[in-house]
Structure formats: C-alpha cells, structure tokens
Write a protein that binds this ligand. Structure first.
Ligand SMILES: NC(=O)c1ccc[n+]([C@@H]2O[C@H](COP(=O)([O-])OP(=O)(O)OC[C@H]3O[C@@H](n4cnc5c(N)ncnc54)[C@H](O)[C@@H]3O)[C@@H](O)[C@H]2O)c1
Length: 258
C-alpha cells in the first residue's frame, strides 16, 4: 500500500462488519487514523482489536446513530483519541422491507431514523470539525435503491433516495468551505445483510442463485470492492468530485434484460 490516506482522521459508522469493516481495513492499510462506531459492541471490539494489533491508530465507541447525543459524544471522544476528524463515512444502515400498505409506523420510523436521520446526526456533529480544519470529506454509503426500486422493499428505497438528496444538498452548501460530500451506490454486496435477505425467502439457496443470475457478470460484489472505491473517494486524489454518486453494481442497474 502507498499511504494514500496519511493525515486522514476518519469517523466510520457501522464499522464492526460488512462494508464498514472492509472500509476500515482498507483505510487502515493506507495509513488513516480511525474512529469506529457500531451499535454491536462485541463485534466492534473484535474489529477494533484486530486493526489495533496491526498498528492502526484508532478509537471506537458503541453507539446507535439514531441517538443524536450519543453521536455528539462519540465525535468529541474521537477528537480526544485520534485528533480532529477530517473525514466521515456514513455507512451504518438497515434493511426495512415491507409492502407499502402493510408498513407499520414503527417500521417507517426505524427506517428513516437509522438510514437517513442517523447519517444526518453524524454530518451535523462532524461538519463543524471539517469546517474548522479548512475542509474535509463526507462519504455516504447509499445504494442502487437510491435511484431504482425493487418491489416489496418499501420504505428502504425512500430513505436511500433521501440520503442521495442529502449528499447533493450538503455538497453544495459546504463547497465554499472546501467540504466534499459524495455517495457510493453499491448493488448487492456479500455481507450478513444480504444473507439475512436471502434467508427471508422460503428457499434461500434459490433466492441467492436468482440474485447471482440478475447480474451481467453472474456474481455480486465483495465488501472489499466497495472499500477500494471508498479509499479513492476520501483521498486527495479525488479532490474535485463533489455532490455526486458512484454506482458499483457490476452493471446491474444499467442492463435492461438478460
Ligand atoms: N450489502 C449490500 O448488498 C448493500 C447494498 C447497497 C447498500 N448497502 C448499504 O451499505 C451499508 C452497510 O451494509 P452492510 O451490508 O455492510 O450491512 P451489515 O448489516 O453487514 O453491517 C452493518 C453494520 O451497521 C451496524 N448498524 C446498523 N444499524 C446501526 C445503528 N443504528 N447504529 C450503529 N450501527 C448500526 C450493524 O451493527 C452492522 O455492524 C448500509 O448502509 C447498507 O444500506 C448494502
């Protein structure tokens, strides 16, 4: 590796497993300092310990991103432990999938509290640090659900559409302060979240095979394939990309038919 992220002090949510963990590992390999947040304390401690054992400078805090005061406190702790934050990766998210007319108020609330408002809590707490640092970067992990719809996944795509809207809005608002705000839209990625999705079908093996068949290349992404783009997008090599979204789905959302 080439120390592409030396000097970056990155706050990453949902970092205990899946895409967030892969991003943390890729950033650590490029010499970033990290502050990891996840609501799964046990997994978070394991991930942090594994990274620390390889020499990564990091801190971590178990917190739920839907809790604004917990996030505010975590950002303060991050500054004490790794220095003033100059990059944020809003990765934590959950699937909330229902039929529109069957969606309960509780499901609606949980979907937006985590997938949209949680990301906003982190932006609101971190932005003053980015501005006082003379600039910085926010990377939101959206989804191809931010611009396409899979039936029976309501209201998750609504929250991801709005997360893309927030990416554009904050990118424009804070460009004069040298803050870049972008998103990655992954398609299917092999994480626990997707395994849980397949397991929600009567025949999970068939559901998995059907997902693979949807893709022009016959497979889905690894978390590392998302993480390598995430390295570039917070790096100084990416200095003029702002208020936009990079799709990483193996071509799925462009293909009209198999
Ligand atoms: N896996 C995919 O196919 C896929 C595709 C497109 C987008 N995404 C998005 O990528 C992100 C990561 O997904 P993943 O597949 O790695 O998921 P995952 O379930 O494997 O990991 C998500 C992590 O986030 C944590 N988390 C969830 N809610 C939280 C909360 N409220 N506060 C703090 N931590 C919380 C979980 O504990 C978990 O460790 C999500 O935003 C997801 O919507 C995933």
């Amino acid at each position: 590796m080439t120390n592409r992220l030396s000097g970056k002090r990155v706050f990453i949510t949902g970092a205990a497993q899946g895409i967030g963990k892969a991003i943390a590992e890729a950033y650590a390999a490029e010499d970033a300092r990290l502050f990891l947040v996840d609501r799964d304390e046990t997994l978070l401690e394991e991930t942090a310990a594994a990274l620390a054992s390889k020499g990564t400078v990091l801190g971590f805090q178990a917190a739920d991103i839907s809790d604004a005061s917990a996030i505010e406190a975590a950002v303060g702790k991050a500054e004490e432990q790794i220095g003033s934050i100059n990059a944020l990766v809003n990765n934590a998210g959950v699937n909330v999938f229902a039929e529109p007319l069957q969606t309960t108020d509780e499901e609606w609330q949980r979907c937006f509290d985590i997938n949209l408002k949680g990301a906003w809590h982190c932006c609101r707490s971190v932005l003053p640090y980015l501005i006082s640092e003379g600039g910085g970067v926010i990377l939101n992990i959206a989804s191809t659900h931010a611009f396409t719809i899979i039936p029976h996944t309501f209201p998750y795509p609504l929250a991801k559409h709005a997360l893309l809207g927030m990416t554009k809005s904050l990118g424009i608002e804070y460009a004069p302060q040298n803050v870049r705000v972008n998103a990655i839209a992954p398609g299917y990625v092999s994480t626990q979240k997707v395994i849980d999705y397949w397991n929600s079908f009567p025949d999970p093996e068939k559901a998995k095979a059907d997902t693979m068949k949807l893709h022009p290349g016959g497979r889905i992404a690894t978390p590392q394939e998302i993480a390598m783009a995430a390295v570039f997008m917070i790096s100084d090599e990416c200095s003029f990309m702002n208020a936009t979204c990079l799709t990483i789905d193996g071509g799925l959302s462009v293909m009209q038919h198999q």
